[in-house]
Design a protein around this ligand. Structure first.
Ligand code: ADP
Ligand code: 3PG
Ligand code: MG
Length: 391
């Protein structure tokens, strides 16, 4: 078990470098569209503030190449100061004299938010000189940035190798929730996996053949599986190079006595005439963009009887309203079951928010790639480097 901020004593007056994931969705101009990741971080910041630590916060936003005003964290400092009782100030840099001066005069219990750490190319290179500069400003490092814990970057992996450290409340919550799924799921455990590309979901499917009782597959990736079973899928997206692995996943599930269900009907577009049809038979120029009503009914029967459900990956091309029904119906069915329900994945969590169903899920992970990777591997590099709790 990892050391948490509750295990840290005498924080009064100490400079705590807190790595968070404030990688929030923004519009093209940089306007923040959703504050979920900020809201989820407040308990850790409030606790450190109550302990009278001097809190220096580091985060990335987007994938900038050098300075980009649209990716500045300054607007987040304004949001934070509205949501917190302590003072929040902002610094245009992450390292250097100005940061050091600002930290020297930072009052106990207050927050200094540093600029987007990805403005420095050394961050993603995990440059240890840069990590040492960051570490030199603080007494303790707290990593609460679960969403980026699958990356070995200077401000998480690098700094943790230098300073005494612990994880924050959000990281702890994510680890516990995902361990629960891996170690002690309620039965029957149904995993719903969708999305576009089979190659990005192979490991998670293999994991769920081991851990789940039933796997329901939707989204474009279903067509690679249907093709592996010898079915005509018309012109639907098929990752030809993934057909053998799809075949081996189906074989592994059969050998393990696990149920894998695939769509039995589709909402599909005739590529030439641009007419939409709902059909059980795919052929010719039909392209499947969503699961059909019979599939929704079939999947509902499995979901209604589940003890635990984990969902990742939309059932169709939900960005287009014509292909949203499958994803929305499955989201609503999951949201209204008695099962313990968790959801992860950038797009999938976005759909749950879009349908106004987030309050009906038991657990919504703040990670995208990190959540899937944690479920696949049972750990993440930036978590591994944190000190163990002394029991
Ligand atoms: P997450 O981010 O939750 O892990 P993915 O990124 O794996 O989810 O999958 C989401 C993408 O899959 C969406 O952009 C969606 O449009 C696409 N998708 C799902 N089904 C289809 C389909 N039948 N045809 C084309 N794209 C699809
Ligand atoms: C995320 O949003 O998944 C994390 O913040 C990681 O971002 P990245 O994929 O740009 O490293
Ligand atoms: Mg995605």
């Amino acid at each position: 078990m990892k050391r948490t901020i509750k295990d840290l004593v005498n924080l009064k007056g100490k400079v705590v470098l807190l790595r968070v994931d404030f990688n929030v969705p923004t519009d093209d101009g940089g306007k923040i569209l959703d504050t979920t990741r900020i809201d989820n971080e407040l308990p850790t910041i409030k606790y450190l503030s109550e302990q009278k630590a001097r809190i220096v916060i580091l985060s990335h936003l987007g994938r900038p190449e050098g300075y980009d005003v649209r990716k500045s964290l300054w607007p987040i400092s304004i949001i934070l100061s509205r949501k917190l009782d302590c003072n929040v100030s902002f610094c245009n840099y992450c390292i250097g004299e100005e940061v050091k001066e600002r930290i020297k005069t930072l009052p106990e219990g207050d927050v200094l938010l540093l600029e987007n750490v990805r403005f420095y190319k050394e961050e993603e290179q995990c440059d240890m000189k840069f990590a040492r500069e960051l570490a030199s400003m603080a007494d303790i490092f707290v990593d609460d940035a679960f969403g980026v814990a699958h990356r070995k970057h200077a401000s998480n992996f690098g700094v943790a190798r230098i300073l005494p450290n612990a994880i924050g409340f959000l990281m702890e919550k994510e680890i516990n929730a995902l361990n629960q799924i891996l170690e002690n799921p309620r039965r029957p455990f149904v995993a719903v996996i969708g999305g576009a590309k089979v190659s990005t979901k192979i490991k998670i499917l293999e994991k769920f053949i081991e851990k789940a009782d039933t796997i329901l597959i939707g989204g474009a990736m279903a067509y690679t599986f249907l093709r592996a079973m010898g079915q005509d899928v018309g012109q639907s997206i098929v990752n030809s190079e993934s057909i053998p692995v799809a075949q081996s996943i189906l074989d592994a599930a059969r050998d393990a006595g696990k149920k894998i269900l695939l769509p039995i009907d589709h909402v599909a577009l005739h590529a030439k005439s641009k007419t939409l049809v709902t059909t059980s038979k795919m052929y010719g120029d039909l392209i499947g963009f969503d699961i059909g009503p019979k599939t929704i009914e079939l999947y509902k029967q499995e979901l209604d009887g589940a003890g635990e459900i984990f969902w990742n990956g939309p059932m169709g091309m939900y960005e287009n309203k014509a292909y949203r029904n499958g994803t929305q119906s499955i989201a609503e069915i999951i949201a209204h079951t008695k099962a313990y329900t968790s959801v992860g994945g950038g797009d999938t969590v976005a759909t749950v928010n879009l349908f106004g169903l987030s309050h009906r899920f038991d657990y919504i992970s703040t990670g995208g790639g990190a959540t899937l990777k944690y479920l696949e591997e049972g750990s993440l590099p930036a978590i591994d480097v944190i000190q163990e709790k002394i029991l």
